[in-house]
Design a binder for this molecule. Structure first.
Ligand code: VG1
Ligand code: CO
Length: 473
């Protein structure tokens, strides 16, 4: 039997009315309820239920709350679309048993999905989602969904988690430094769940700002709510026209990813943002511990860790692994090339809001632009140029991509790697600190080719060589 409900890198996602329906949602919710009841120390467990601003998000969320109540689980339901990091913070600070979030994150508007946050506050680990997934698919197959009502029904309460989260940021960010620098910023939540958050933070702290895409639009203006260079063209334009804006900050559909623009609207790829902020956090925060990065993320982080005599931990792709390292106290700061980061004292999930604020603090304190901060990194540890290309896959090309990854001799003959790493997908470690990684996405039907070379041209060559092989397969 083919499983209809599949948890990928972060949650179960599906096209609305195709694999994501009330039926698959209900099956998943029942399975989550089973999981939570088996693991909670409370007789009546409690979950937060939230949603992003996608089509019918609030309707699905209300349905989730009702189904959870029927299963004997209490619910705190968010009063509006809410960022994943805000939900994670609420779960931890209120010691809940977890959360269900109706979101497909950065995916295009035809998708929605479910992210499950367990009580530890990070994205669920594979051992957690495997149990939920197999139970959910069993419920679907047996068609036994609505019989499971309990005598002790749960209750639902509506909450507004915004101000508690914003208050907590006072412990994480040096707003005094930010105020002193008196900078103006530009904000773009891309119509996602981050709507109103950075804006409110600016209002509270007297930071000058302009913002766009703050309204709810389930079509996200016609693109995916992914804060990459292409999708940030309007923010870019706004910054190019206003000389006084020091930095631009964007968040994705559920506001756990960041996008950063330097003055004049220059897009800074997340790898560089992570390098700058790893260095900044290590030199301004007094915490013990190493740095964390995924296998697909810049090795500049390793060099920065070495400079500070700290450990670096490499994980598979998915912030859950970095979240665990934060929870275990092994790292001070961790990030992923897709635009995810968090730090000690905050949540074990990525947070696009704190990412923007941390960069603003770095710019304010050092009185340097983001590009200058990157130059400082290069001066300190040398240069590396990271890049990624995503190639859409149909059935044929999917088979080719898989074949190349399982038998990469043609690539190995061509690039002569020093080492082949099979932790996830295929990673070739090359001369002079360069590397190449191929893996299939767990959230979209694409193969991702990542590379990092000593020159931009070297990076492009590596990526092109894979693309050529795939084209001619
Ligand atoms: C992608 C990113 C990964 C991220 C995940 C969830 O996964 O590469 O870094 O953690 O999305 O992000 P994949 O398997 O498609 O490469 V989010 O903002 O969609 O929760
Ligand atoms: Co996201």
């Amino acid at each position: 039997m083919n499983d209809i409900i599949k948890f990928g890198t972060s949650g179960f996602r599906g096209i609305i009315a195709d694999s994501f329906t009330f039926r698959t949602l209900t099956a998943t919710v029942h399975a989550v309820a089973d999981y939570v009841k088996a693991h909670s120390i409370n007789a009546q467990p409690m979950l937060m239920v939230g949603y992003d601003p996608r089509f019918m998000g609030e309707v699905f969320a209300k349905d989730v709350a009702e189904k959870l109540n029927m299963c004997g689980v209490d619910v705190v339901l968010t009063n509006r679309d809410t960022p994943t990091p805000v939900i994670a913070f609420y779960v931890i600070s209120h010691k809940l048993d977890g959360a269900i979030n109706i979101t497909a994150s950065h995916n295009p508007p035809i998708y929605t999905g479910i992210k499950f946050t367990p009580s530890w506050g990070g994205p669920a680990m594979p051992e957690e989602t495997e149990q939920i997934q197999s139970m959910a698919n069993q419920y679907l197959a047996e068609n036994s969904l609505f019989e499971q009502t309990q005598k002790n029904k749960g209750k639902t309460e509506l909450v507004d988690p915004m101000s508690e989260y914003i208050d907590h940021l006072n412990d994480m960010i040096d707003f005094k430094e930010i105020a002193k620098a008196n900078l103006k910023i530009a904000i773009d939540p891309l119509h996602g769940a981050g709507r109103g958050y950075l804006k409110r933070i600016c209002e509270i702290h007297g930071i000058k700002y302009v913002s766009i895409h703050e309204t709810r639009d389930p079509y996200f203006g016609g693109a995916a709510p992914d804060p990459n260079e292409t999708n940030l063209f309007e923010l870019k334009k706004l910054m190019a026209e206003d000389e006084t804006i020091a930095i631009g900050m964007a968040t994705d559909g559920d506001a756990d990813r960041f996008g950063i623009l330097d003055r004049h609207g220059r897009f800074i790829i997340p790898d560089y943002v992570l390098a700058i902020l790893s260095e900044y956090v290590l030199s301004t925060r007094d915490f013990e511990g190493g740095l964390g990065r995924s296998i697909a993320t810049t090795h500049l982080i390793d060099r920065i860790a070495r400079q500070h005599k700290r450990e670096v931990y490499e994980t598979p792709v998915g912030f859950k692994y970095i979240g665990k390292l934060l929870t275990e106290g092994k790292i001070v700061f961790g990030g992923e090339e897709s635009g995810g980061l968090s730090m000690i004292g905050h949540i074990p999930d990525k947070d696009g809001i704190i990412a923007g604020l941390l960069m603003l603090e770095a710019v304010a304190r050092t009185n340097k632009t983001v590009s200058f901060l990157l130059e400082d990194i290069y001066k300190m540890v040398g240069t590396l140029y990271a890049d990624r290309r995503d190639i859409e896959l149909d059935n044929d090309s999917h088979a080719h991509a898989k074949a190349l990854m399982s038998n990469p001799s043609i690539l190995i003959d061509k690039l002569k790697p020093l080492e082949v790493d099979r932790t996830e997908g295929l990673k070739l470690l090359l001369e002079g600190g360069s590397w190449l990684l191929l893996r299939l996405s767990g959230t979209e039907p694409v193969i991702r080719i990542y590379a990092e070379g000593r020159q931009q041209t070297e990076t492009e060559q590596y990526i092109n060589s894979v693309q050529d092989i795939l084209k001619h397969a």
